[in-house]
Write a protein that binds this ligand. Structure first.
Ligand code: PNS
Length: 165
């Protein structure tokens, strides 16, 4: 099992499904870097600082987790922190093609880093950040889908109040 591993993502926002994968991956790795990608092609709802802060709060009880951020190629970041593995969550067959492309591209770029897939609990396998954002935007109850800290910040955002207000 990897001494150092990375669990990368957009985390916009972090969901209960992400947290489930963090917990599982943290049991397998010595140190797990939960790494927020800062330059994805998607237009994020939450700033990198917000996503970073939320991940720090919701993973605070897991001692071998470090929250970080990265710019550029994931595989270069993995090398920088000395990781031998990248964890990714696999929810359904629909995730497979993209994950397969990413894993093999990363392997081509660095054959020393393995991509390992974990399945989140079936309670969360239908969750996606995009659908959760829509529920939040339209005023739905977010409590089944995201940790309370995330639900609170989403509510503030949609009520027009800033994070500190
Ligand atoms: O949560 P997401 O959006 O599915 O995460 C995707 C992410 C951020 C892991 C992926 O887009 C990524 O690794 N981005 C960094 C740029 C990179 O390395 N691209 C080539 C990998 S195929």
């Amino acid at each position: 099992m990897p001494k150092i591993a990375v669990y990368p993502g957009s985390f916009d926002p972090p969901t209960n499904g992400h947290l489930d994968v963090v917990r599982r991956a943290a049991k397998l790795a010595g140190t797990l870097y939960v790494a927020v990608a800062t330059n994805t092609t998607k237009e994020p709802l939450f700033s990198v600082e917000e996503r970073f802060a939320l991940l720090e709060k919701i993973t605070a009880g897991i001692p071998n987790v470090k929250v970080d951020r990265f710019d550029g190629l994931l595989i270069d970041y993995a090398r920088t922190v000395g990781a031998s593995a990248i964890f990714r969550g696999l929810r359904a067959v629909s995730d497979f093609e993209y994950e397969f492309q990413m894993a093999l591209t990363n392997r081509r770029l660095n054959n020393e880093v393995e991509t390992l897939f974990l399945m989140p609990s079936q309670d969360y396998s239908y969750l996606s950040s995009n659908i959760i954002k829509e529920v939040g935007r339209l005023g739905g109850d977010l409590s089944p889908f995201v940790p309370p800290e995330v639900a609170e910040l989403m509510k503030r955002k949609h009520s027009g109040k800033g994070p500190g207000k």
